[in-house]
Design a protein around this ligand. Structure first.
Ligand code: NAX
Length: 328
């Protein structure tokens, strides 16, 4: 048997956690021969419920689940972890904008960043899902300066998947035929799903879809507003699709990207495409030999540039709200 991978999941008793944990221990994440140790972190009021979630998981008798703990202690929760999945935070409710969440959630990510720095394995990688995930990631990363910036990610894969589905539906094609979808900017209602570089059945989207008005209007809005539409329909934010996007994000980081394609994830900007260095923004990326690189040289047009600029401006605004939390 391989050496187990240790994975911390915060907010593990939440709705995303409930969908995510079986995917991790079933082998979906790291393969059918990779044992895992789960380190599940919750707030004290929810620990009993988390213990129940773990009981259910144990009752599945997954061969790959080597060990699991539940805890409210960040030191114990992040000790020796190779991956930290920061899912826990207060979710967005109907009528709540992401910025409202900044003040509520920011402090959580200061403590978690510091605890990761003190306790995690030397190869730790971190994926932030709890919203506002880009800025929460920025906060945690800045409070763990010994962990290199290229180990920190925030999730934009759900937006990429949503964009693929919209493009597939519009053209009557299957979403597996849609490739090269880049999400730029913030995981928020300002995100920009890039149709200029996207492909359907290997052809550029603009060659397949002549309705430019839809691409510039309805398409973008439907991706930007999909989270709100789900909250409107169910009263709750996306959980199953989010858990699946977590699995896909981690696999796409860990495994080499298929030739000719890319995937979207938010990471610390190196200044590519004029996006301010140090901000955590979504880019199209390639994974090679364990490294994640921003795809270079993509075509942009003034329309796309203005959309990206608006989303980056929102990230700057979010940073200005939490600037105090970046000083460690
Ligand atoms: P739930 O409310 O079901 O679960 C959140 C869990 O986090 C709760 O059990 C809560 O006790 C726990 N928690 C809160 N503070 C914590 C802390 N300091 N330490 C550990 N645990 C803590 O929300 P759920 O539906 O699971 O969503 C979790 C987060 O994902 C939310 O912030 C949500 O907005 C965000 N999402 C992010 C997405 C993305 O693409 N980045 C998409 C889906 C989702 O909206």
């Amino acid at each position: 048997m391989k050496t187990p991978i240790h994975i911390a999941v915060t907010g593990a008793a939440g709705r995303i956690g409930y969908s995510l944990l079986p995917r991790i221990v079933s082998g979906d994440l790291f393969g059918p021969d990779q044992p895992v140790v789960l380190q599940l972190i919750e707030v004290p009021s929810v620990l009993k419920s988390l213990d129940g979630v773990l009981m259910e998981l144990l009752d599945c008798a997954f061969p790959l689940l080597e060990n699991a703990i539940t805890t409210t202690d960040l030191e114990e929760g992040f000790r020796g972890v190779n991956w930290a999945l920061l899912v826990g935070s207060v979710p967005r409710r109907a009528g709540m904008e992401r910025k409202d969440l900044l003040s509520i959630n920011g402090r959580i990510f200061v403590d978690q960043g510091r605890a990761i720095q003190r306790n995690a394995a030397s190869d730790v990688r971190v994926l932030v899902v709890g919203n506002p995930c880009n800025t929460n990631c920025l906060i945690a990363m800045n409070n763990a300066r010994d962990v290199p910036d290229n180990r920190w990610f925030a999730m934009s894969r759900l937006d990429e998947n949503r964009a693929k589905v919209q493009l597939a539906e519009k053209t009557g094609r299957h979403c597996r035929e849609v490739t090269n979808v880049a999400i730029w900017g913030n995981h928020s209602s300002t995100l920009y799903p890039d149709f200029l570089n996207a492909r359907i059945g290997g052809r550029l989207v603009c060659e397949v879809i002549s309705d430019v008005g839809w691409l510039r209007g309805g398409f973008i809005q439907s991706v930007q507003q999909r989270g709100s539409a789900i909250i409107h329909a169910t009263g709750l934010s996306s959980a199953q699709s989010a858990a699946h996007a977590i699995v896909e994000t981690i696999r796409s980081i860990a495994e080499p990207t298929s030739t000719g394609d890319w995937h979207s994830v938010s990471l610390c900007s190196d200044g590519s495409y004029g996006i301010e260095r140090g901000l955590v923004a979504s880019f199209p990326v390639l994974s090679r030999e364990g490294c994640v690189e921003i795809v270079q040289g993509l075509q942009t047009d003034p329309f796309g540039q203005s959309k990206i600029a608006a989303s980056i401006s929102e990230l700057r605004e979010e940073r200005s709200v939490i600037r105090e939390l970046l000083k460690n």
